[in-house]
Design a protein around this ligand. Structure first.
Ligand code: GLP
Length: 256
């Protein structure tokens, strides 16, 4: 795992956008995340596209998760969010997402898994992290081998996400999410975490035991995981100075 510490959230966004841009070429499949953390990444990708420096022609995208029961037309469905924040603003029109309104949820989960396989797998998966250590919507207790399925949100996650709704009561209890095993199948994982509220979860994910209690700790099992954090989110990392030294002295031949 590579841990890259930068000054603030905008800098984290630019760095992660650079990592993703290095993957972008026809035939590639991107894994996209929602939440606030990826927004600076998407802004940077959109700006590069607007300047004519980056094209998503021939690129496919898959989202991580979706609320169960929320109509796709709802402004806070992840189907709507990812279009609004990224794909409608660039030349990326092949976006697949789990359908949280499917009448047969297990069949929809199986369809989504098969679509990822049919696309040749996900080349680079962008991830945020919840304050309780979730990635996608894999809450604590998620099997480290899990596939796309329904999960029940913790109250902590519903409280965290209430800011996107009129009230916490409007935040759905159930979600459809790529499993931790699904996420591990992507060829490169890039996690972005910014702000002091993420410091505990980041430390548990990077330096704690690999455990379903902190689902993001599953990144420790992946051969190519990059964690980009700003200073406040890095505050509880015990090996922060080592990560800084390694990044500053990175050999030229070593890629992200
Ligand atoms: C949601 C999403 C996650 C995201 C998390 C953190 O729960 N399902 O994919 O990582 O929120 O969001 P934020 O970046 O807004 O803190």
């Amino acid at each position: 795992m590579e841990v890259l510490i930068v000054g603030d959230a905008p800098a984290a966004g630019v760095l992660v956008a650079e990592i993703i841009a290095q993957h972008v070429q026809p035939g590639v499949s991107l894994g996209l995340a929602t939440g606030s953390s990826p927004l600076p990444v998407y802004r940077e990708l959109i700006e590069r596209h607007a300047r004519g420096e980056l094209s998503f022609a021939g690129v496919r995208a898959f989202t991580l998760d979706e609320y169960v029961g929320l109509p796709r037309s709802h402004p806070e469905s992840y189907h709507s969010v990812i279009r609004r924040e990224l794909t409608d603003q660039v030349d990326l029109d092949r976006v697949d997402a789990p359908d949280g309104q499917a009448t047969d949820i297990p069949a929809e989960a199986a369809r989504f898994e098969a679509a990822i396989v049919e696309a040749g797998g996900i080349d680079v998966q962008l991830l945020g992290i919840g304050t309780d250590g979730h990635i996608g919507f894999n809450e604590p207790g998620s099997s480290l081998a899990s596939r796309t399925r329904v999960k029940t949100l913790t109250q902590q996650t519903r409280d965290d996400n209430a800011r996107f709704f009129d009230s916490v009561d409007d935040v759905p209890h159930h979600v459809l999410t790529q499993g931790l095993g699904t996420i591990l199948d992507a060829r490169h994982l890039v996690l972005i975490a910014t702000g002091s509220s993420k410091a505990g979860a980041v430390a548990a994910a990077v330096e704690g035991p690999v455990s379903a209690f902190c689902p993001a700790s599953v990144l420790q099992l992946h051969p190519h995981a990059t964690v980009v954090v700003d200073e406040p989110a890095a505050a509880q990392l015990r090996l922060a100075d080592y990560y800084r030294f390694a990044a500053e002295n990175k050999p030229d031949w070593q890629r992200f």
